[in-house]
Design a protein around this ligand. Structure first.
Ligand code: TMP
Length: 205
């Protein structure tokens, strides 16, 4: 008998939105409910993907090269981890997925969204996340969180107009795909966010 396909959950938000804090929490909860779970991230997630991550986060490159490398890393992650896991019935959580390409390369850098749609159709024509948590904060809050952290990568060094546009694109996609997106007000206390995350998970699955 073919196993029931696992669930695919993605975490999104501009840099400094605070999503990483909650990935471990949701992963623990899913495992405690008895599901095998694979956690991954993008760009990265596989040995090759992690090499691409190093390049794309630290080297200057043409905007389209950047977009293509994001999708190259994604293709590898899908082939090596995500698709086999879902097919086995395991659950998958990724720290970012294609919505990040729309927000950063599309919104932030201004790449024509039709090119991103074409890449999405090429790389994962039949797969979308079942659930996407979008951690949303005002830009000043995100900036203050980033400034308090370690050495910043290429994206984290971008200016507020870049993040403004990235956040707008995230919110536009959340409005476009309301059935899978849940926008979390990430200025709330962590405990309150956790209650909200569990309620959404319990209702969705
Ligand atoms: P992270 O710091 O959350 O791991 O994300 C790495 C950076 O890569 C982050 O600044 C967002 C950026 N990014 C894109 O620009 N496009 C993408 O498709 C993905 C997945 C990430």
């Amino acid at each position: 008998m073919t196993p029931v396909r696992g669930k695919f959950i993605t975490f999104e938000g501009i840099d400094g939105a605070g999503k990483s804090t909650h990935i471990g929490f949701v992963s623990d909860y899913v495992r405690a409910r008895g599901h095998a779970l694979i956690a991954s991230r993008e760009p990265g997630g596989t040995p090759l993907g992690e090499k691409l991550r190093e390049l794309v986060l630290h080297e200057k490159m043409h905007l389209e090269t950047e977009a293509l490398l994001m999708f190259a890393s994604r293709r590898e992650n899908l082939a090596q981890l995500i698709e086999p896991a879902l097919a086995r019935g395991d659950w998958v959580i990724t720290d970012r997925f294609t919505d990040a390409s729309f927000a950063y390369q599309g919104g932030g850098r201004g790449l024509d969204l039709r090119k991103l749609e074409a890449l999405e159709q090429w790389v994962h024509p039949d797969l979308q996340p079942d659930l996407t948590f979008l951690f949303d904060v005002p830009l000043e809050v995100a900036r203050a969180r980033l400034d308090a952290t370690r050495a910043l990568d290429k994206f984290e060094q971008e200016q507020s107009d870049f993040f403004f546009a990235a956040r707008q694109e995230y919110l536009r996609r959340a409005a476009q795909f309301p059935q899978r997106f849940h926008v979390i007000d990430s200025t709330q206390p962590i405990a309150q966010i956790q209650v909200q995350l569990l309620a959404i998970l319990d209702q969705a699955f």
